[in-house]
Design a protein around this ligand. Structure first.
Ligand SMILES: [Zn+2]
Length: 317
């Protein structure tokens, strides 16, 4: 459902990836009270969600300045990204895909956090990681992961190492130009090498219904968003073959929790004033006492099947 909010005049907005100015404003993204899992002292103002009609990328505009984003990443809590292997549906799918096509080889995980995914793959693989956070990188190394750098772009430009599989879970939504990100990855693949990427999917039913008020795009660290159509176009441009795509929910939830999230989001969309009033009266998880601007922060919908995992293979010349 397209948001009919009156959109501010953004005459200069263009796609951060293909630079087309044929872009459509989907609607206003509400303010957010957290960043990288950390509750902030000051809320971050909202923005607008746009779709590029040329490459089908969705993007946040305006995004926070790069320096501000870097400061916030530094403050983000490590522990909030820590998890076990089987909790992550995308890791389980990825390990089955990788095991089915590569019995051994060199695997690189971009944004490897504390190395739990790589460790879970098994000792038959040589495991490499790129991780920005020093504490997480140290924990990954203690698990046997070879950390080859902190900053994705620098590492990919400098390393001469080729990889059989390169993975990036929940990373692509943080980069300004996802096509360039994929190109740098594709350049480092060995023959028949594969890329596995997971992220939110703008074409999911729940996102289509909620538009710019969807929970996934209100986090200010999420700046670009993809979908199957974008993936197919990107694969063609980069000489990659889409081998597999699977839709999944980021969280394993009980039926009761799923129903409660559906009801909260329906109420938020259909009766925004009532939702705001209830929050002001102290009901609900959003604390609006000190931050009245969070009165229309979207409820979470982590039980929705709104994520996608994609497997691409480098085509041999
Ligand atoms: Zn574009």
């Amino acid at each position: 459902m397209l948001n009919k909010d009156k959109v501010h005049p953004v005459a200069d907005s263009y796609c951060p990836s293909c630079h087309s100015d044929d872009v459509t404003c989907i609607g206003k993204i509400p303010a957010s009270g957290s960043f990288g899992g950390r509750v902030l002292e000051h809320a971050i103002a909202g923005a607008y969600l746009f779709r590029c009609e040329s490459c089908q990328l969705y993007f946040r505009y305006p995004k926070l300045p790069t320096q501000k984003l870097e400061e916030l990443y530094q403050l983000a809590v490590n522990e909030s990204w820590s998890t076990t292997f089987t909790e992550r549906v995308d890791w389980v799918i990825a390990s089955q895909w990788i095991g089915g096509s590569h019995e051994f080889g060199d695997v690189l995980d971009i944004g490897c956090n504390d190395g739990v995914f790589l460790t879970g793959l098994g000792d038959e693989y040589s495991r490499y990681g790129i991780e920005l956070n020093a504490d997480s990188a140290k924990r990954a190394e203690e698990r046997g992961v070879q950390i080859i750098g902190q900053h994705f772009e620098d590492v990919m430009k400098q390393t001469r190492h080729g990889f059989d599989v390169i993975t990036a879970f929940d990373v692509i939504e943080h980069v300004e130009d996802p096509l360039y990100f994929m190109q740098l990855i594709a350049d480092k693949l060995n023959e028949n090498g594969e890329i596995v990427i997971s992220t939110g999917n703008t074409a999911s039913k729940t996102w289509t219904f909620m538009g710019s008020k969807y929970w996934y795009c209100h986090y200010p660290e999420h700046i670009t968003f993809i979908n199957p159509e974008w993936v197919n176009g990107a694969a063609q441009k980069l000489g990659l073959r889409v081998v597999d795509m699977a839709l999944f929910s980021h969280s394993r939830s009980s039926m009761l929790f799923k129903v409660s999230e559906v009801l909260k989001n329906l109420m938020y969309m259909c009766f925004p004033s009532l939702t705001g009033w209830l929050r002001i009266k102290g009901f609900g998880a959003v604390n609006v006492t000190n931050h009245r601007e969070l009165v229309d922060q979207p409820p979470g919908w982590v039980s929705a099947k709104d994520h996608i995992i994609i497997r691409l293979q480098k085509m041999t010349n």
